[in-house]
Design a protein around this ligand. Structure first.
Ligand code: FRU
Length: 536
């Protein structure tokens, strides 16, 4: 095994080497998508952060450019941290980002503009001398005051932005307003805040349409809103769906949304610091997330010479129930699909497996719909298994623990004799009033490497799905060291980073399985080999 190349992804975004974290300022401008991201140009652990920059016509194939923003001035000498882009009227992009001004990590907000708007790649960015635009006043925790959002305009014609912050243990979305984008005034109240969540990183606040899957750009009245925060205490991202009181400039989560780290997550696995943008060319909202390595031993990343990937951009929209978001890989990904395997109407009795053949299972896209004749065999649901404990339930009730209705699903990145595999699967329980569907992406058996000490979480989330049609669908994007899964059309998403030692390259296998007493039918299974994204 070549430690430098094994595990590198084929169609997920990765620079040739070194550390990456948060995606920054994604935007569409004059025919190109821009992705900036936190990058260490000197090594494969976090540090020396600059804004690396890549452009793309399709969100999948990329051209890498020189870093766009890097420490060079008094107002960002100690760091150029995360931020967002806003395309101002007149089609003029502007970036807001957090500058670190001293060794204590004091945070200010700066702006940068393209040096030359007629350069299609917007290679060069200027940080004018009237920076910083915002410095923390004494009421603000100056080392927890960062990650400005895309700005939106209120009815009064004034711009608004929020930044993530912390006061005592309360997470805050501190709001500022401006008439001219240059002079910013702190609003009396944060847009929103929640007790006992810890610091909010990389907030994202955006409107979602009440109907259909199109995205919204304008912050008007006739829509729902989503506030997403990355919580550094748990390293997961949580969101609520709610309303935006435009007069008071306050966000109010709906009472169907749990507003804390017990709430809904964009992804129940390794997915952090995501940022969305409105894509006017396809009238959709797209979000990007970052997945760090989970190989745990920092030495590994140093040996590898790289760490971190950007996940596949996801289109997102409001579920018709109005209670949650739905996410789906952008359609452009499908251009990388190559050889196809197809299966339909295949029955799997308890303990049966079927292998997906003739494609490259280490780098694949698989979509499968399972059906079953009855819900009678669903196991009883223990009311203590609340959303917060889904992961523990998955750890106990793994893919080989026989159940009634499930576990059934797919075994990804599997070695021939299943010494290694990462199963993604469902298990249906019967609760008092309804059925509970658990979705797991379980890394417990993903690798033989450091068997005792490796971080191998049994990531899991519940899927709020109507089982009236007795069907459950699953899509997984498998790419060497990552498995990104979308349950029930994207209602529950789980990403795992895994490091097989046997199930690599052409030694990887893919199976569908059922370990429940209720027979399962694979209605359809379509799997494709995935080509490599071009990253030049
Ligand atoms: C989130 C984060 C941000 C910060 C950046 C620094 O991963 O900690 O809050 O701006 O990374 O790289």
């Amino acid at each position: 095994i070549n430690i430098k190349t094994v595990g590198r992804t084929g169609y997920h975004f990765q620079p040739p080497k070194h550390w990456i974290n948060d995606p920054n300022a994604p935007m569409y401008f004059n025919g190109y998508y821009h992705l900036f991201y936190q990058y260490n140009p000197k090594g494969s652990v976090w540090g020396n952060i600059v804004w690396a920059h890549s452009v793309s016509k399709d969100l999948i194939n990329w051209i890498n450019l020189e870093p766009a923003i890097y420490p060079s001035k008094q107002f960002d000498k100690y760091g150029t941290w995360s931020g967002s882009a806003t395309v101002l009227p007149g089609n003029k992009p502007i970036i807001l980002y957090t500058g670190i001004v001293d060794a204590n990590k004091t945070q200010v907000q700066n702006y940068a503009v393209p040096a030359n708007l007629s350069d299609p790649y917007l290679r060069e960015w200027i940080k004018p001398d009237n920076n910083p635009l915002i410095v923390p006043d004494i009421s603000i925790n100056k080392t927890q005051f960062r990650d400005p959002t895309t700005a939106w305009m209120g009815k009064d014609g004034h711009w608004r932005i929020i930044m993530g912050s912390l006061r005592k243990k309360r997470g805050l979305a501190i709001m500022y307003r401006s008439k001219d984008f240059m002079r910013w005034i702190k609003a009396k109240h944060p847009l929103h805040s929640t007790a006992n969540t810890g610091n909010w990183e990389c907030p994202d606040f955006f409107p979602v349409s009440l109907q259909g899957t199109n995205g919204l750009d304008k912050y008007g009245e006739d829509s729902k809103y989503v506030l997403k925060n990355s919580m550094d205490l748990t390293r997961f991202e949580y969101y609520t769906v709610g309303t935006y009181d435009i007069k008071k400039d306050r966000y109010i989560p709906d009472n169907t949304s749990v507003d804390s780290w017990k709430g809904l997550r964009l992804d129940y696995g390794n997915f952090y610091a995501s940022k969305s943008f409105y894509d006017p060319s396809k009238n959709r909202r797209v979000t990007w997330g970052w997945a760090n390595e989970s190989d745990i031993m920092p030495d590994d990343d140093i040996k590898k010479g790289w760490a971190g990937i950007q996940l596949i951009p996801r289109k997102l929209w409001l579920d018709p129930s109005g209670k949650q978001l739905v996410q789906w890989p952008v359609e452009e990904l499908e251009t990388l699909r190559k050889q196809k395997f197809q299966l339909s109407n295949k029955k799997l009795n308890n303990g049966e497996m079927v292998e997906v053949k003739g494609i490259t299972p280490a780098q694949a896209d698989v979509e499968v719909t399972f059906s079953f004749a009855s819900l009678d065999k669903a196991e009883p649901f223990d009311p203590n298994w609340t959303d917060l404990y889904a992961q523990d339930v998955c750890a106990i009730k793994g893919s080989t623990v026989q159940g009634g209705l499930g576990p059934f699903g797919i075994a990804t990145l599997a070695s021939q004799n299943l010494e290694e595999y990462t199963p993604v699967f469902f298990r249906v329980f019967k609760a008092q009033q309804n059925y509970k569907v658990l979705m797991c992406s379980d890394a417990t058996r993903s690798t033989l490497k450091y068997n005792e000490t490796m971080y191998k979480p049994s990531f899991a989330g519940y899927v709020d799905v109507d089982l009236a049609d007795k069907k459950l669908s699953l899509r997984s994007l498998i790419d060497n060291s990552v498995v990104e899964s979308f349950g029930a059309g994207g209602k529950t998403c789980i990403t795992s980073r895994v490091y097989p030692t046997l199930a690599i390259y052409d030694k990887a296998h893919l199976f569908a399985f059922n370990n429940g007493t209720e027979p399962i039918t694979i209605e359809t299974l379509d799997a494709w080999s995935m080509g490599n994204a071009k990253i030049e």
